[in-house]
Design a protein around this ligand. Structure first.
Ligand code: ATP
Ligand code: MG
Length: 419
């Protein structure tokens, strides 16, 4: 400890937070529902390292994005390499696919992933420096039916967790062919307003004018509403893809709004983009964002395989999930005296082996005290193990909800407790 930090309170880093047990229960619930749904659609989990060579994200996320320009946690390790804590998942997955030659396996391939991401964002409600995403990716499927399928899968996740008040926005950002002429038109128009745009947007006119639509400054937003729409510039292929995507959504009965300004924050998107926003979230209202990235694998030096995916922000999502309060369902084992403590330890092991959650505490306490602790902790059952019970081989089982007490043997316990 250096003298400077000696008396300073140690606390979590700004923009990070602890997920305490009660809150963690909600996370587990969301994660397990997501896992189950994704597996039903044929997705398999992929886990990649938390840090990568910095160039993975420079290449994958894009040099002109907010993430690469200002939000990356980049550091030099002891070997002088530039490393970055992952700010998003897709580049890592693409790197892993190429490195492990997964593209040699039958396509399409579907992956999912859950874990922490790191961005040097300005900490505020809904915006953290370590946050978590649930992410899915599909590689090798060109058909717009997959675009609709992943949206439908996201909608299923919302439905199963009773999330309402979400709205789906969709758009197409074109492709290598139709985007350049659009960008030119956009650049021309934006230049007319250059003086009124924020410094960031003035830079974007040159580097990537699409990003202007992403600006959070109100005046820039207002001005850019009058800019040309990409939808009017799509080539026949992109136009067809978009209209089929929309008609598949209609087939599923999924409502959406076409939002021509939805360009999303990353450089690699082609064709479909979409976002789910929640009216319950305030300023940071995007819960889930996704889109197609047909050129990304190639740009990474891999084969020409198209991709599509989405990422959901878990902090934001969990804050809009209405959770029912779950009642605890465990047994508190109360024991009195040395002999009973030993029998209690054995009984606790037996119960746990049989899939019954059992809490035993080792400090000497009176029966009354133990029952009151069981109450406070929310136990559903109390098993009373005293000297007399040990002698008889019969124990008192108390149901804390009804107050009823039964006299039972060890062998009878699983049958009663698991009923
Ligand atoms: P925003 O416009 O809010 O900055 P983004 O375009 O940077 O979002 P994506 O890269 O698409 O976000 O990430 C997908 C999702 O991850 C977002 O919709 C959001 O729910 C969540 N997310 C992104 N950045 C943060 C953050 N700093 N803190 C918490 N959640 C975040
Ligand atoms: Mg962002």
């Amino acid at each position: 400890m250096t003298p400077k930090t000696k008396n300073k309170k140690i606390s979590a880093i700004k923009g990070t937070k602890d997920i305490l047990p009660q809150e963690a229960r909600k996370w587990q619930r969301v994660e397990s529902v997501a896992r189950r749904i994704f597996e039903l659609y044929g997705y398999r989990e992929i886990r990649t390292p938390i840090f990568e060579a910095t160039e993975v994200f420079e290449k994958g996320t894009g040099q002109t994005t907010d993430i690469v320009i200002k939000e990356m946690y980049t550091f030099t390790d002891k070997g002088g390499r530039s490393l970055t804590l992952r700010p998003e998942y897709t580049p890592s997955v693409v790197r892993a696919i190429i490195e492990n030659r997964l593209y040699l396996q039958p396509q399409p391939q579907r992956f999912y992933f859950m874990g922490p991401m790191f961005r040097y964002d300005k900490p505020q409600k809904g915006r953290y420096r370590q946050f978590h995403q649930i992410d899915i990716e599909v590689f090798g499927e060109k058909d717009p039916a997959i675009d609709a399928e992943i949206v439908e899968m996201a909608a299923r996740l919302f439905k199963e967790l009773n999330v309402v008040d979400v709205k789906l926005l969709v758009n197409s950002v074109g492709c290598r062919k139709c985007r350049p002429p659009y960008l030119e038109a956009l650049r021309r128009k934006a230049s007319e307003y250059s003086g009124q745009l924020c410094a960031d947007c003035q830079r974007k006119i040159v580097t990537n004018p699409l990003r202007i639509f992403d600006c959070k400054v109100e005046l820039c937003n207002e001005i850019s509403r009058g800019f040309p729409n990409i939808i009017d510039y799509l080539c026949p292929d992109c136009k067809e893809h978009f209209s089929r995507f929309c008609s598949h959504l209609d087939l599923y009965g999924i409502k959406y709004t076409i939002e021509p300004r939805l360009v999303r924050g990353l450089d690699y998107y082609t064709k479909t983009t979409f976002e789910f926003v929640s009216s319950k979230l305030g300023a940071q209202d995007a819960v889930l964002g996704g889109g197609r990235y047909d050129d990304m694998m190639k740009a990474f030096g891999g084969p020409e395989i198209c991709g599509i995916g989405f990422a959901m922000g878990l902090e934001r999502f969990i804050s809009v999930v209405p959770f029912e309060e779950e009642k605890e369902d465990f047994l508190y084992l109360a024991h009195m005296g040395d002999k009973a403590k030993k029998t209690g330890m054995e009984l606790a092991r037996f119960l746990r082996q049989n899939g019954i959650e059992c809490l035993i505490e080792y400090k000497e306490r009176s029966l009354k005290n133990q029952i009151s602790r069981a109450n406070k902790l929310g136990a559903k059952w109390v098993l009373i193990v005293g000297e007399e019970e040990v002698e008889r081989g019969r124990y008192q089982l108390k149901n804390m909800d009804t107050g009823l007490q039964e006299d039972i043997t060890k062998e009878e316990m699983p049958g009663i407790l698991l009923a």
